[in-house]
Design a protein around this ligand. Sequence first.
Ligand code: PLP
Length: 229
Amino acid sequence: MTPFSQLSGTIAERISQIRATLPDSVRLIAVTKQVPVDAMRAAYAAGVRDFAENRVQEAEAKQAQLCDLPDITWHLIGHLQSNKAQKALECFQWIHSIDDLKLAQRLDRLAAQLPNKPQSLLQVKLLPDPKKYGWLATELLHDLSALNQCENLSIQGLMTILPYGLAAAEASVVFQKTAALANTIRQQNLPHLQMQALSMGMSNDYGLAVQAGATMIRLGRILFGDRST
Ligand SMILES: *Cc1c(COP(=O)(O)O)cnc(C)c1O
């Protein structure tokens, strides 16, 4: 892994350098787990409006501290325990980490009661990885008709996290396969499964993800430096 501890420049400079390399259609999401709110304010001042957290509680605490910045879109990118589903729907406008059918159905039932429905993504793993959550491609294809019943989730596409330590060539292939899976699903024309969004690419590999068609990239360390864990 590239060490990001020696980053140069301010957060604003890093953001503008990265943005300059991205097509306008790609949404840069700042991943702020373990990042203090001061650094988040710096990213906000540099134009970032999309922030992602992997824990509901941490997001809630930061939202209270940043409540003077009302136009932030909050994204959940971490595994969601079903007992936190209601809270997650209250805290996040986007949920990237819907990783199995039971969770999807639970969120759908809860979202039915809400005025503002979440935007959602289905988390997939194109390489089997017991340490990662998400659907394998075959499993997802099997669950599509049930997912298409989840009308309150506004499912927009797929999200993926690569296994740790893949070489660039392998990473590219996995991103391309993820994009191809979204295409396959799109061709089924299921009315409640939009497949135009692809959330893939992190600090190490976002360039490859963008080449493969990512529409959202999730950047943490390259903006804020290394995390403690
Ligand atoms: C932490 C995290 C990221 C950001 O990773 P970096 O390597 O810091 O860019 C992106 N996506 C998910 C799901 C994460 O948990």
